[in-house]
Unconditional design. Structure first.
Ligand SMILES: [Zn+2]
Lengths: 332, 286
């Protein structure tokens, strides 16, 4: 079963409604009863969409996050920002199209936008490797972020990748090293950084541009240590268990804020971002303006201290003192 | 960013890496070398620090053995033993993670995949950490990340050189989900502060060092050493093979491959590791 088919499965009742409405509208010819019927159907249809999208299973969320019509970094560059000036290349090996970087204006505020790009048609998707970046992509991202920090320009990272590219060239050019170095340097970069997972937050490939003062995610995106297929392949010994793995990994916006990993969830338009790019862009714009209003007022020292503490607190474990342990053993 | 790879599967939870029973080979006294397939008298290999006397293959050594090989006798003081792993997700695949943890602890005698503390290397005081690839493939979950972060902070406060020996086929531990991934950022951030405080971090890579461990602290050494022929990389060889649909070149993702491509400083044989580390600490004047 292809991704498109499985996506259609939970959207099928919605599509049926849309068809019925379209048929009625075509035959209505201005009759008041028919128009009233259409309005009633629309209300029912919207209620259904709301219900479907409020109760998505984790695996269905993955399908929404991968939806081909979901807005990409390039769409947000067009819709959220003005005056984008793209900056290319890592000054070392090449210009990875899987990550786009450049200056832009968020209203009057100068910002640096860094984002994974998946592409909107077949040709673009091939050119940018479906959003899987090579080491030169991460080097480019870091170089432009360094440039931004030098001039006190805040940074926005839009995360949307199935993962960093697994390939011979990627290994030869230091995929592990560049991801490590980006986290290392981003943790100390002296300018505010806001990261937003807009679709797929695929593992180390996401984290390579994912260290910031705020980490947000869109309502139907996911952020995971491994893809559900990869996890199923290793732990269930078959990719066919991806649905179970998706559930077990707890990577949707319903779980991640509780783990202290995601600060904010940005609501999507009814039925997902792919249904209304403009509304999605407006919500993101509003979120960014608010976030920077706070962050830009903070002294850099405090900002870096808070950034360190934010990641320092992540993780869940038990801390047991030796005495307690002895006491517990003695009491048994 | 868990990875899967051939070498790591030999140390998965289903098998005991050190004394893997082979048909016709009495367990304990003899071992089949994974490098040359010859049957080797175990005590002889142990005298060579777990290196095959026939082919120089560097066998798996446990975290405890690693400590006795690298630190001056009786100088290791273990720290952060109070940290215990839990199951934050309620994760279960074919086995519940909580159950898996108990089994791994019983089988390896470890609480989690890392041991941390302080000790002496040829009379030089160091902060020392080691991951054991036998415990859930040496993967990094919350406890490994927290132990390493605390170790790095301790090295920063006390201005100690920091040595971390990595053995991890598993990368970030997927059973702890996103929290494992975030350990990569946490430990890298701690290293960035240590770096600003002029600390010296010597990262020692052993077979295997993959995925989220390779893509975080293991690759952030001021100096990076690797044991010969260790498997080191970001994506597992099988993942790459499936993605590229081609055969992988010989020696791909080995220590020597990384040396050639400029990502590690030196390939060092196990018996020379201790003296090399001591010498490098002296050069850096810490
Ligand atoms: Zn041998």
């Amino acid at each position: 079963m292809s991704i498109a088919d499985s996506r259609l499965q939970f959207e099928r009742p919605i599509a049926d409604f849309d068809e019925r409405i379209a048929r009625l509208e075509a035959g209505a010819e201005g009759s008041p009863e028919a128009r009233e019927q259409v309005r009633a159907l629309r209300r029912q249809r919207n209620e259904l969409v709301r219900q479907v999208y409020e109760n998505l299973e984790p695996w269905e969320t993955v399908q929404v996050a991968r939806h081909p019509e979901r807005p990409k970094t390039s769409d947000y560059i067009d819709l959220v920002f003005d005056d984008f000036v793209e900056l290319h290349g890592d000054r070392f090996f090449g210009d990875d199209r899987a990550i786009r970087t450049g200056f832009a204006k968020l209203d009057e505020q100068r910002v640096m936008v860094v984002g994974h790009e998946k592409g909107n048609d077949y040709k673009q998707r091939i050119a940018c490797n479906y959003g899987s970046a090579h080491p030169e992509g991460y080097r480019k991202a870091m170089a432009k972020m360094r440039l931004a920090a030098k001039y006190g320009v805040p940074i926005i990272c839009l995360i949307d990748t199935p993962g960093a590219f697994p390939g011979i060239g990627a290994e030869e050019r230091g995929q592990a090293t560049v991801i490590a170095e980006n986290m290392f340097e981003m943790s100390r970069l002296a300018t505010p950084i806001v990261c937003i997972v807009i679709g797929e937050g695929g593992s180390g490939g996401a984290l390579g541009i994912g260290v910031g003062d705020r980490v947000a995610m869109l309502e139907h995106s996911y952020y995971s240590v491994i893809s559900p297929e990869g996890c199923a392949g290793i732990l269930w010994k078959s990719g066919a268990y991806a649905e179970q793995a998706a559930k077990a990994l707890r990577f949707t916006s319903k779980d991640l804020p509780d783990f202290g990993v995601v600060d904010d969830v940005i609501a999507e338009p009814l039925g997902g971002a792919h249904r209304d790019h403009h509304q999605m862009a407006a919500s993101m714009h509003q979120y960014l303006v608010r976030a920077f209003r706070t962050l830009l007022r903070q002294p850099i020292d405090e900002l870096l201290e808070a950034r360190y503490e934010k990641f320092r607190q992540m993780g869940k474990y038990l801390e047991r003192l030796e005495e307690e342990e002895t006491a517990t053993t003695a009491g048994q | 960013m868990e990875t899967t790879n051939e070498s790591a599967s030999a140390t998965s939870s289903e098998t005991t890496p050190k004394f893997r029973p082979k048909r016709g080979v009495p367990e304990g006294l003899w071992r089949r070398c994974p490098g040359c397939r010859q049957t080797i008298f175990r005590k002889e290999a142990e005298r060579q620090l777990g290196v095959c006397p026939e082919c120089d293959y560097h066998w798996y050594v446990s975290a405890r053995d690693r400590i006795s090989q690298l630190l001056d006798e009786g100088t290791f003081e273990e720290r952060f033993t109070e940290l215990r792993p839990i199951d934050p997700l309620g994760f279960a695949d074919r086995k519940a993670y909580a159950e898996r943890l108990k089994e791994e602890q019983a089988r390896t005698g470890l609480i989690d995949a890392a041991i941390t503390g302080t000790g002496m290397i040829r009379a030089r005081r160091v902060a020392f950490g080691v991951t054991d690839s036998a415990f859930i493939m040496g993967s990094m979950g919350s406890v490994v990340g927290e132990k390493l972060a605390r170790l790095i902070e301790l090295a920063t406060e006390q201005q100690l050189p920091l040595i971390i020996v990595s053995g991890s086929g598993g990368g970030a531990r997927m059973h702890e989900g996103i929290l494992s991934l975030m350990q990569m950022a946490k430990v890298s951030a701690a290293l960035a502060r240590y770096h600003e405080a002029k600390g010296l971090f010597i990262s020692v890579l052993t077979n295997p060092t993959m995925g989220g461990v390779a893509a975080s602290f293991a690759s952030l050494g001021d100096i990076i050493l690797a044991e010969p022929k260790a498997l080191i990389g970001f994506a597992g060889p099988r993942v790459i093979k499936a993605a590229m649909r081609i055969e992988l070149p010989k020696g791909f993702q080995t220590s020597e491959f990384l040396l050639e491509h400029g990502f590690i400083d030196r390939v060092v044989r196990r018996r020379d590791l201790k003296s090399e580390i001591a010498r490098l600490i002296d050069y850096c004047g810490m």
